[in-house]
Design a protein around this ligand. Structure first.
Ligand SMILES: NC(=O)c1ccc[n+]([C@@H]2O[C@H](COP(=O)([O-])OP(=O)(O)OC[C@H]3O[C@@H](n4cnc5c(N)ncnc54)[C@H](O)[C@@H]3O)[C@@H](O)[C@H]2O)c1
Ligand SMILES: O=C(O)[C@H](O)COP(=O)(O)O
Length: 478
């Protein structure tokens, strides 16, 4: 038997301390009779994950049977991600679409891990029912669908995939710019209806035209490089001063960009400041016969104002990949019940409408599946928060099989004075081998590896930390 499991009592044996704490995976493990004894349950061979889970001498920190971890994956999370989670032994339920709020609330009560994409709204009204939830994986870039602050304040860590689909979005935008410039969407629709309509009026090369990129982050900067390769001139507007790719140039204001660009493309996150960022005033600033593309979030463009600008001939074309309200899954209708302007939008000339597929390529989805699932496994098994979007990033070197009586304490707490002193008083009876603590806003995350801990002491230690007023969540891994 690996030495680390030596002191752990039989799962259903007589070593129960009699402690009256119900067992929850999320808060670590109250009663000692629930602690895992099986070497196979405690020392799994790792999945594809990186970091500490790869080294064979690395101790797998699982004070629970992995099959007790319940994972709910919504919105057709890629098989790569599902596989990694299943290989850990977790119970994984994977659904193809998002869920209406009432069904989501029912399901979320029970799970320790949830994986979503851009549709599923995890606001406080839903999260307050998620009593066992320790971590959320956004298998996408955007995290605007999650109440990040509420999650952090309730000890729920959130991960995403910051750039694995950026290239896919940039390539879709390049394709769409040419489709708009040549009115290819309309020509194709006509021919599908049996109408031959060979025209050149209002159709242009993109070479020499100016592309205005709003938001020069991962997507915007990739797009910049691709557009220059096609001979376009690139200008961009961003709230941050950024290094220009190639010969592109940053402009000082959104209006300046709108007045100069032939094509305007939006790549900003959903924020209060970006809500209706392009509305009537901005369409007025744009050049006559210019084009607008939006693959960021539906709330960034005032779509009724876009419809007016298109009908008035100000816009020669537009492309939308995102909408204020989107269907929950495939096969559902895209009509006025969803957004009151939908019929008007569908009837416009040279307007390309796509169902939020900017990041939907095999390459992107497969990479996102691996990246986010790895983050989830490292968080559940090791407490590592590297890459978290709502918690400080904390990571400790992994414990090894040579460190038998060690345990790892994860203590998420309110960021108030005096907590460290009190925590260290509790840990102080043991040797603290390593410790890291960091804070982000009102929440702090402490991780410590301590040695020479007898099994009988684990519960007391856990309970002492739980009893501190500053506690948000305690996890003890060993
Ligand atoms: N359609 C899709 O499938 C798809 C795929 C990926 C991302 N997205 C959306 O695109 C957005 C951008 O993605 P990204 O990876 O490039 O994000 P990013 O965070 O790398 O870049 C966003 C850029 O916008 C800038 N910005 C923020 N507020 C701004 C403002 N008010 N005005 C101007 N610039 C501002 C930021 O400084 C940053 O440089 C995401 O937040 C996501 O919502 C959509
Ligand atoms: O935020 C993102 O990465 C994109 O909007 C893609 O979202 P999706 O995974 O729901 O397609």
């Amino acid at each position: 038997m690996p030495s680390a499991a030596r002191d752990i009592p039989e799962r259903n044996g007589n070593n129960n301390t009699g402690a009256d704490i119900s067992r929850t995976v999320s808060n670590s493990f109250g009663t000692l009779d629930n602690l895992s004894t099986s070497p196979t349950a405690t020392f799994h061979s790792p999945a594809s994950s990186y970091g500490g889970l790869r080294n064979p001498s690395t101790k797998q920190l699982k004070p629970f049977h992995t099959e007790d971890i319940k994972v709910l994956l919504l919105e057709n999370v890629n098989k790569t991600g599902q596989e990694i989670l299943r290989k850990q032994g977790y119970q994984v339920e994977a659904l193809k679409s998002s869920l209406p709020e009432d069904q989501l609330i029912e399901k979320i009560r029970d799970v320790h891990v949830i994986g979503i994409r851009s549709k599923t709204q995890l606001k406080a009204s839903v999260l307050k029912h998620a009593k066992n939830l320790i971590v959320i994986g956004c298998f996408c870039i955007g995290t605007n669908q999650v109440d990040l602050k509420y999650a952090a304040e309730n000890g729920i860590c959130v991960f995403n995939s910051p750039f694995s689909n950026s290239r896919s979005v940039a390539e879709q935008m390049i394709g769409t710019i040419i489709v708009l410039a040549r009115q290819i969407g309309d020509r194709s629709n006509e021919l599908h209806r049996g109408e031959w309509n060979k025209v050149s009026a209002g159709c242009w090369e993109v070479r020499g035209k100016t592309l205005g990129i709003v938001g020069y982050g991962h997507v915007g900067s990739q797009l910049s490089v691709l557009a220059e390769a096609m001979g376009m001139k690139v200008i961009y507007y961003d709230v941050v001063n950024l290094m220009s790719m190639g010969t592109s140039a940053q402009v000082h204001s959104l209006d300046e960009l709108l007045q100069q660009a032939d094509f305007v493309t939006l790549h900003v996150p959903e924020l209060p400041e970006t809500m209706d960022m392009i509305s009537t005033h901005q369409f007025e600033q744009m050049k006559q016969g210019s084009y607008l593309l939006n693959a960021s979030r539906g709330s960034v463009v005032d779509i009724p104002a876009l419809i007016e600008a298109s009908k008035a001939g100000k816009l020669a074309g537009a492309a939308l990949d995102v909408y204020p309200n989107e269907p929950g899954g495939n096969g559902q209708h895209f009509n006025n019940d969803l957004n009151s302007f939908t019929e008007d939008l569908r009837n416009l000339k040279n307007v390309v409408l796509t169902p939020h597929i900017g990041g939907s390529t095999e390459e992107a989805q497969s990479a996102i599946g691996v990246e986010v699932a790895d983050s989830l496994v490292n968080y559940v098994n090791l407490g590592t928060t590297s890459g978290a979007v709502n918690m400080p990033e904390v990571k400790l070197r992994s414990l090894t099989l040579d460190e038998p009586n060690h345990l790892r304490v994860v203590y998420i707490h309110k960021n108030v004075p005096g907590v460290l002193r009190r925590v260290n008083e509790i840990l102080g009876d043991h040797n603290v081998d390593k410790q890291m603590t960091d804070s982000r806003g009102d929440v702090a995350y402490l991780m410590a590896d301590i040695s020479n801990v007898n099994t009988s002491e684990i519960k007391t230690l856990y309970q002492s930390l739980e009893d501190l007023g500053s506690r948000i969540r305690t996890r003890v891994l060993y």
